[in-house]
Structures are given as C-alpha cells and as structure tokens.
Design a binder for this molecule. Structure first.
Ligand code: ADP
Ligand code: MG
Length: 585
C-alpha cells in the first residue's frame, strides 16, 4: 500500500470504497518496490512535489545545486551499490544539465536512471512553444543504453521496471525515463495501481560462460611464457572480489589494475605489476583482460606501449577477454579467447579448471618484473622523501598516501590532470571499490558529486584529491556537503591554473592567460562559508594535521594545498593526446 494518503483520499464514507492513487505515488511505490532508497536530484517544475513526497515516503533525497553533479552522484552510486543510481531533474535545461552524466554512465558501464519531468507532449510535438519545451526522449536516446517515456499512470510500473532492467542487466548503463508533467496528477484506483507495479525479478541475471570458451582461455593462458592479467573497473563493479583474487593468486600471474580496479587486490600485493607497467605491457605474451576494455586507456592494445614496431602495430600478444558484453571482443585487436559472461561466473568457471597441476609462470618472467618494480619503487621513495618549498605534487601526495594507508576504508575521489596522474601512481589502495575517478572519458567535473554519493551510499569517510581546475566544475556542491553534514575531506592541489599556473598572456595585455586562475586563491573559505572547516596548507606537516583532523572529526573539510605553480606538465600523462604539446615535444 502507498505510504502516505494520496492527495484525493476519500472525503466521506460514501466514496470510501474507491480509494485512489496518483502518478506521483505510483512512481514512488514503483521505485520503493524495487529497493530504491536514495534519490539524487534538484527540485523544480514539474518534479518539486515528487521530491517532497519521495522524502515523505522515507527515501533519502539528496538535493544538489546543479543537475550535472546530481547525475554524476547517481552514476557512481550505481557503480558502488549495483543498484541503479537515480537522478531526478526538471525539464529541458535541467534535463540537459543531467545529460552529461547519463552519457557518462553509459560510457563507463554504470547503472543509472535519469528521470526528468517534461512538458506537454501535444505542445512539444507541434513546437508551439511550451514552458521548457524540448523533445527530451529523442535527445537522450543516442547517449543512453535505453530510453522510455510513460504517458499513463497505469504504465508507470512497466516504465520503472524496464528502466531498472535496462540499467542493470548485461553491460550496465545509463537509462533515461521521461515523465511528462501531466502524468503526475493522473489518478487511478489504488488497488489497480498497486497491481500494475512490477517488482523486477533477477534484474542482473548471471551469465554463465560456455565451457568451450573457458577451456580455450585456459589452454592459451597455460601456454604462456610471460602471462599478464589486467583487471578493469568491470571486475570491481561485479563484486566478485574473492573469486577474482583467487584467480590471480592461484594462477600466480602478475596483474595490472586499471585505475578504478586499484585495491581489488591490495596495490601492495606481491603479484601487482603496477610499478613495472611500461615493462610488462610490451613484454607479455598472453594477456587476460578481466572487465577492462582495450580502449585509449590501454593504447588500444597496439603500438609502442605494447611493443609494436609502429604507432599502430600489433605487439604480438595474444589476448583473453573476460567480459559480459559479447560485442566487446575484437574492438581494437584480435581477441584469441573471448570469455563472455559475468565476472563472478567466469572467474569461478576458470578457477574450476585450475588445479594443482597448473604451471606457475616462469621464474625468469617473475624475476624480471620484480627487478623493475624494486628499482621503480626505490626511485619513487626518493622523490617522495623530498621536501621542497612550495610543496610539489609528490610531497603533498606522500601525505595523502599515508592517510589513505591508515584509513583503508576511506573512499578516494580523484580528478584533475597532474593531480589525477600523480595520485593514481603514488597513492596505494587496499580494498575494492575505494578509488573512484574520471573514468573512461577522463572527464573533469565528477568531484563533488562523487563525494556526496560515496558518503551517502557507503557512510564511509571520503577523501577527494582535486586539481584546482577540476574542483571548479562542481565546487558549489561544498554547500551540499555541509548541508548534509557529510564526512568529506577535499584536498585541492592548488597550482594556480590548468596544468600549471605560471603561463603569461603572450601579447602582454591585461587579461591573464586562459590557463591560469586567480593567484593564491583561498578555496578553503568556500567550505567555511557553509559552516565546514577550511585549511590553508603550505607544508606537508600542515596538510597531514588537517587531513588527520578531518578523518577524526568526520567534518566537511576543504584543504587548500599550495603547490608549486611551475610543478605540472601539460595534459599530465596524456600529453600524447594534446596536439599542441605533441608538436612542442
Ligand atoms: P577500465 O576502464 O577499468 O579498463 P572499462 O570500463 O574499460 O574498465 O571496462 C569495463 C568492462 O567490464 C566493460 O567492457 C563491461 O562490459 C565489463 N563489465 C561490466 N560489468 C561486468 C560484469 N558484471 N561482468 C562482466 N563484465 C562486466
Ligand atoms: Mg592546477
């Protein structure tokens, strides 16, 4: 039964027999029936009452300052919980603001549902100029895994069920659900309304890999002289942590975690080859991808990174690819042994074929990797031990590294250019799904939305390492963090600009370079403005004290870590993608 009395509850005994429900209530009931307990969004016409009533019905409703941040929050909530993250927006402009996050969810394979109110269909379709007129469904389609519109109250149950199934099943993704303003006040008999709702049975069904595909993969792995496993965020998402770990440990094969797969096994694991990445990629002869795509983040499996003789040449590796999407294999290079299924089922099927007779990788291969690792780790330790003034990315991140090590349950949010690349390589992760970052697109703007979602859905401490530029995209949500009193500690690596802060206007004119910001900006005052804690940290000691205090008190905190403005490099580690920097180098 609905949790609150519908608007048009019976007024007299005479009509008590026909209890009615309405569109608002049916949307709420459909979501609750399917275990949705948290909504991210921003109120306004026509969904203001929906947000009120969602809260009144016992949902956690988190209201943001900009829909893009609410959407990014929903997308990462989906990743962290394996339930679709819900973002609720108003029509046209609010919908468009949320659209970036819908595309982001689809690209990253995160389950999310963007629900937007929309204007009157008849007026929109005749283009008669309605309030916030826009054909939202058509616009959402190309960036969504699926998109649906519900016109009648009795179809709300089906609409919500289809959205949930589309978001979660197979390769997860972003789904759009269009709810026209006229839908919400529609009434129907409560009993019929209840009967029209669908509790989705098995929304993310297991997909068992074919035995012959498993055998093909095992045969190939067994034949390898220099095997390598690459773990991606699909493996982290699957929450099959023990099986993935067993697969790595029982085969004895060295592994590389992709950025968000860091911590699936602790980065300090003996088989982790991260510190020897540029050695193992070109040297490996058989590579098993587990929930990782051979996209730009892995140089498309080709070229010099992989030991190829030219920019696009094949390096000679053979590939096994474990993935839930049957279409992923061969997207960049030949996949010799695709294993299609969910990661948990695939890992278990592979494990069933790995017994005591499984040959451990040749000692030569493991020895060569260990040697590279030791050398690089020692070199890094030397750099981290330096204490320059102003701080470098390294001396600041050395502190973050220690604080994360002491708080392995904390969730690390990370975005920026240099702030991203350095953090990824310096800060070790110890547990699964503790690192959330810019993802497949390498986008800026996920920062504060991710912080809010991570704190809300996990209850854990959140630590965000943000470039000063990256922070700017979502900085106003510091108010949201304070309003909900979330345990979020934001550390801004402030080097006064994009990439670095010392660029000049070449004309000598009054305007600054487009790549720099106000010098010595006091970002910490933003958190103070909303009642949180702000700290201006100029040394590693100040940074350490502030971070430890933030974690101890769990208060909303923003630490403005002052970094040498000449410290960064253009485009961080992806300089090769920047045509200008490429020309210069
Ligand atoms: P990364 O960026 O870490 O390499 P990607 O997002 O490129 O990760 O790849 C994730 C892959 O994982 C996608 O190809 C997706 O189809 C796959 N995937 C997502 N969820 C599952 C799952 N539950 N089981 C198997 N594969 C999955
Ligand atoms: Mg910067």
């Amino acid at each position: 039964m609905p949790d609150e009395a519908p608007k048009n509850a019976p007024q007299s005994a005479a009509d008590a027999a026909i209890v009615e429900t309405d569109g608002f209530q049916l949307v709420i009931d459909a979501l609750k029936l399917n275990g949705i307990d948290t909504i991210f969004g921003l109120p306004g016409i026509p969904i203001t009452d929906l947000m009120r009533r969602l809260q009144a019905a016992g949902m956690r409703v988190v209201s943001f300052r900009h829909e893009q941040n609410a959407g990014y929050a929903a997308s990462i909530a989906g990743y962290l919980t394996r339930k679709p993250g819900i973002c609720l927006t108003v029509s046209a402009p609010g919908f468009l603001n949320g659209l970036a996050s819908l595309a982001h969810a689809t690209t990253n394979c995160f389950p999310m549902i963007l629900i937007s109110g929309s204007s009157e269909r008849e007026i929109v379709d005749l283009q008669q100029g309605d309030y916030e007129e826009m054909d939202q469904l058509a616009i959402a389609k190309p960036v969504a895994k699926a998109a649906f519109r519900v016109l009648h109250a009795e179809d709300i149950g089906v609409g919500v069920a289809r959205a949930i199934r589309a978001a979660l099943s197979g390769r997860p993704g972003g789904v759009y659900l269009d709810l026209p303003a006229k839908l919400f006040p529609q009434t129907m008999e409560a009993a019929a309304g209840k009967a029209s709702l669908i509790e989705v049975v098995d929304p993310a069904p297991r997909q068992i890999p074919a035995p012959e595909a498993v055998k093909r993969a095992l045969d190939l792995m067994r034949s390898a002289k220099k095997p390598l496993i690459i773990l991606g965020k699909g493996a982290a998402y699957a929450q099959a942590d023990a099986d993935v770990r067993a697969l790595v440990e029982r085969t004895g094969i060295p592994y590389l975690p992709m950025s968000m797969a860091k911590g699936l096994l602790p980065d300090t694991h003996a088989q982790c080859a991260s510190a020897a990445r540029s050695f193992v990629l070109p040297e490996a002869d058989v590579v098993m991808l587990v929930g990782a795509r051979l996209n730009w983040l892995l140089s498309h499996g080709k070229g010099k990174t992989w030991g190829g003789k030219g920019a696009k040449a094949w390096g000679g590796q053979k590939f096994v690819q474990v993935d839930i999407s049957p279409q992923e294999a061969d997207s960049n290079v030949r996949i010799d042994a695709p294993v299609v299924g969910d990661i948990g089922s695939c890992a278990r099927a592979l494990l069933a074929g790995i017994d005591a007779s499984w040959p451990q990788p040749p000692a030569e291969w493991l020895g060569a990797i260990a040697e590279r690792k030791d050398k690089n780790v020692a070199k890094m330790a030397e750099t981290l031990a330096k204490n320059p003034s102003p701080m470098s990315f390294h001396s600041a991140l050395n502190v973050v590294r220690d604080v994360v090590k002491a708080n392995p349950d904390a969730i690390l949010v990370n975005e920026g250019a240099n702030a991203l690349d350095f953090t990824r390589s310096i800060v070790d992760m110890y547990k699964p799904r503790k690192r959330i970052d810019v993802g497949t697109w390498g986008i800026m703007g996920i920062g504060m939305g991710y912080c809010v979602a991570a704190a809300v859905v996990t209850g854990q401490q959140v630590i965000a390492v943000e470039g000063d530029s990256a922070f700017g995209f979502s900085g106003m949500e510091t108010e949201t963090i304070c309003r909900y009193d979330l345990p979020v500690c934001v550390v801004i690596m402030n080097n006064n600009g994009v990439y670095r802060g010392d660029e000049k206007n070449p004309t000598g004119g009054k305007d600054p370079s487009p790549l720099v910001f106000v010098k010595d900006a006091r970002y910490e005052k933003l958190m103070e403005a909303f009642g949180g804690v702000g700290v201006h940290a100029k040394t590693p000691d100040e940074l350490r004290r502030a971070m430890e205090e933030a974690v101890r008190t769990r208060r909303p905190t923003l630490i403005n870590a002052v970094i040498d403005e000449a410290g960064g490099t253009e485009s961080g580690r992806i300089t090769s993608l920047n045509p200008a920097a490429k020309k210069k180098s």
